[in-house]
Design a protein around this ligand. Sequence first.
Ligand SMILES: C[S@@+](CC[C@H](N)C(=O)[O-])C[C@H]1O[C@@H](n2cnc3c(N)ncnc32)[C@H](O)[C@@H]1O
Length: 226
Amino acid sequence: MSAAAQYARLVEAASAPYRAAGSFAWHFARGKLGRDPAFRHFLEARLIPEGARLLDLGCGQGLLRALLDAAGEPRLASYRGFELMARDVERARRALGGDCGVSQGDIRTAPFGSADVVVLLDVLHYLPLADQDAVLARVRAALAPGGTLLLRIGDAGGGLPFLLSNWADWCVACARGHGATRFHCRSVAQWRGALEALGFAVRAEPMSRGTPFANVLLVARAPRHD
Ligand SMILES: C[S@@+](CC[C@H](N)C(=O)[O-])C[C@H]1O[C@@H](n2cnc3c(N)ncnc32)[C@H](O)[C@@H]1O
């Protein structure tokens, strides 16, 4: 079986539990896991190591948790997700179980504890710039030495594809009950600067394959020693 067919099968398995959370949750899971290249890339590039303590900030309905469960690998030491919207937390719990690790919380104040990998997938632009910086500083403090932040952003320097991704995000935010949301975006260079100021070593990878957007994955490694 081709890699694409294998991944399609995995998406079906990861989405199936969301039937219990309603038609929107199921269709959303299939569409997002199937078409957003970030999820497949996390698995194929092995960005989440075996035994990691994973912290998923702004985790929505817990799609990353569902995908990792369905894949069976890597086996995590723990998964914790924080999500602002009660409706998404409810969808995650109905699909994945009350003990799935998804809690309602605002990432500006939620207790991060310690983690080996932190994921911020299309989330930080919901926050004003000063709050983004404060969250990043708390992420850096929560990460173990050598730990990884996986930060996916829309590149504000990305021209028309960026405007398209912002528009699509805005539509999804409205559909999920956020109302008219104002986004706070930065260019890749600006994100890189903010992360490097915190001591991260940063690698930027385009993460829009198969979409018309200007999304970029920043893989930010904390130093092995402080
Ligand atoms: C575009 S969605 C991405 C969801 C998830 N990361 C994914 O890729 O499936 C952005 C999410 O961030 C959440 N969010 C925004 N501001 C937040 C905050 N201050 N605390 C927690 N979650 C927040 C939104 O409610 C929304 O579910």
